[in-house]
Design a protein around this ligand. Structure first.
Ligand code: AMP
Ligand code: MG
Length: 338
């Protein structure tokens, strides 16, 4: 199959909408990462997503809508707080989990009786959903386990020849996936996956925000898995990622003592590259810059042939919590204090 690169104009969006309506997959830009989209209510189309990504069948897909009014067609028992959160953060990187209605097939929800829903903040994604008139199931568009795509060229690398089209909507502004929350009760939300909407943002709507322990720690045997995606090694390039946490001088001492062919480092923009004797790349200064570039940097390290990448641990605050969460998973929880 030839994968066509579409752009964001009416003719191409309508072409993509026709593909979606006929049960095909389209790579779509969002503000978080690129997604691999299909008609959320068509089980055969959704099965193609799992096949193209090599995604485990029990890992549910997020359903994307263009208007909050679509919510009650897909979900039930929607608490009032969900509407307050939608008013504040939609369109945007917040996925909320609800009891699903019958129209969401089991394959979309990974066999769960719940469904995660969000309204993305990207004009091309919204135009496509409106043109097709259908909610879109869209996980990140990478091969399962690999870093998420944040540019159309990343989508092409992973999906070229497997899907009919990718819409090029430029670089994703945020760069990490959405924040996923569930509702514990009328006023308490639990963050299952950190993302662009931070804990501090959520605290503007409710005082009761729980951070699920699985965000920062490896799941233990028998622990409840509230977010199936947290079970898997994830976001991980071919290079072996090792995260070093501590002062920059200690980072340099450690890396310099472990230098060799194929060893690279990933540091902050304002760190002094001259102090390191392996190739050093940077992934930004503040947390938003780091979120924006982390996946792209990991893909680039692979294309350079890196075997080992020592990454300077980001500050786990604000959107930095999401960057930290992706990196510890990419590192398979290999974090060394230096
Ligand atoms: P992705 O679209 O690749 O970013 O993956 C979506 C992630 O959202 C999954 O890996 C899950 O961890 C989480 N998720 C989606 N739907 C649900 C749900 N119904 N219950 C719990 N977690 C969910
Ligand atoms: Mg993903």
């Amino acid at each position: 199959m030839k994968t066509e690169l579409l752009v964001e104009n009416t003719a191409d969006i309508d072409k993509a909408a026709e593909l979606i309506k006929s049960g095909e997959l389209v790579g779509i830009p969002t503000e978080t990462v690129y997604g691999l989209a299909a008609d959320a209510c068509n089980p055969k189309a959704v099965a193609k997503i799992f096949a193209a990504k090599g995604r485990p069948a029990d890992n549910p897909l997020i359903v994307h809508i263009a208007d909050t009014s679509m919510l009650s067609e897909l979900a039930e028992n929607i608490p009032d707080i969900a509407y307050r959160l939608a008013d504040k953060f939609w369109p945007g990187p917040l996925t909320m989990i609800f009891k699903k209605k019958f129209c969401i097939p089991e394959i979309t929800s990974g066999g769960l009786d719940t469904v995660g829903i969000r309204k993305p903040a990207h004009s091309a994604a919204l135009a496509l959903i409106r043109s097709a008139g259908i909610p879109l199931a869209a996980p990140s568009g990478n091969i399962s386990g690999y870093p998420s795509p944040t540019k159309a060229e990343h989508m092409m690398r992973d999906m070229n020849g497997k899907i009919p089209a990718v819409i090029d909507g430029g670089e994703c502004s945020i760069g990490v996936e959405s924040t996923v929350i569930s509702f514990e009760n009328e006023n308490t939300v639990r963050i299952l996956r950190p993302g662009g909407v931070t804990r501090e943002d959520l605290l503007e709507i409710t005082d009761n925000v729980i951070i699920d322990p699985a965000i920062l720690h490896e799941l233990e045997e028998g622990q409840i898995v509230r977010s199936p995606g947290m079970k898997y090694k994830h976001y991980s390039p071919n290079a072996h990622i090792i995260m070093l946490e501590g002062k920059y001088d200690n980072f340099c001492d450690y890396v310099n003592a472990h230098s060799g062919a194929g060893v690279y480092s990933l540091i902050f923009d304002d760190d002094d590259k001259m102090k390191i004797n392996v190739p050093a790349f940077s992934y930004g200064c503040d947390s938003s810059e780091q979120a924006h570039s982390i996946f792209s940097c990991m893909r680039e390290m692979d294309s350079l042939g890196a075997d080992i990448v020592y990454v300077r641990a980001p500050k786990a605050e604000g959107v930095g919590l999401a960057v930290y969460n992706r990196l510890i998973r990419a590192a398979g929880f290999e974090v060394i204090q230096v």
